[in-house]
Design a binder for this molecule. Sequence first.
Ligand SMILES: Cc1ncc(COP(=O)(O)O)c(C=O)c1O
Length: 374
Amino acid sequence: MSDTFSPDRAAADRPVPKAGILDIRAYVPGKATVDGIEHPLKLSANENILGCSPRAKAAYAAAIDQLHVYPDSRATRLREAIANEFRLEPERLIFGCGSDEIFHMLCQVYLEPGDNIVQGEFAFGAYAIGARACQAEVRNAPEPDYRVDVDELLKLVDARTRLVFIANPGNPTGTHVVGSEIRRLQAALPASVVLVLDGAYAEFVEDPAFEDGTDLARTADNVIVTRTFSKLHGLATLRVGWAYGPADMIAALDRIRQPFNTTIPGQAAAIEALADKDFQRASLELVGRWRAWLTQQLGGMGLAPVPSATNFVLVGFPSQGAKTAAAAEDFLARRGLIVRGVGGYGLPDHLRLTIGLEEHNRAVIDALSDFMRA
Ligand SMILES: Cc1ncc(COP(=O)(O)O)c(C=O)c1O
């Protein structure tokens, strides 16, 4: 990938994007429609099937008269609410238009052309897009058993590595890395490398050996933890993400942050969502119960579910014959059930199913049993 001035671009007969941009594969969101089916069920984007907190909805509605007003750039009240909830220093928080924006800010701040990021081979797609936009190299470490492996990551780290990204738990795999392994990774990384711990699904993990990384970020100079209101809190459309990290990293990110990147309704709804423990509990109970059931049912029909710590399950299909993941995705779609093909993540033989309500999960399992028998 070239990082030098290209006279060819100046001489071109039309604007030419800088090197590498057109090599980026644009992010493909989960499908939301099926031709010929009026109200399909969308189980393709890991959204909260229960919607969101009624308190968050009321706060959103109450913001209707402020649409002409610029939001509080520092998200002061939301900042205080998060600092109190997680016992974090408010000055060490930063907000983003979703956590996606924070990954982009990290890339812009730390990556020069020719630098690299290191991630697992099935990493969430946003990291690579952010890195490639900065003309950096993306290094993918093998994930044996669909799990990020600390030693495999470390093998790829060199003098040009600036960022190591881990979604913990991961998407699309749903697997997690225990706290002791994350601490071992941090201890082995050069002090100049930022370790990004993306906790978009952290709330769903039940394993007591899991750590959300905020304790490590409190004391280490190179660890940043990102979180989102899009998953557990069901506020995906409002685009509120946040990060906690060392003060000087947060200050650097803040230099390039768009000043009004979270909105008045978004901030207000997020504050109420954080306070609504009943909604959070109901969401976690639903996911916990049906995750176990789905995993068992999928295994029972001869498919290969990957044990999940999230609100979705990745499931493997035979790579040959009539029972492939692509055929299953079509079969489910014809029954109005939209799930996520993950070929774009290097997993052409898998589908990712967001956990739904009881009737949704039963419908998915009924359809897949018919598919396997057909
Ligand atoms: C692992 C992971 N990180 C981050 C995000 C982005 O979340 P946000 O809505 O906060 O941008 C997602 C969304 O699907 C995700 O799966």
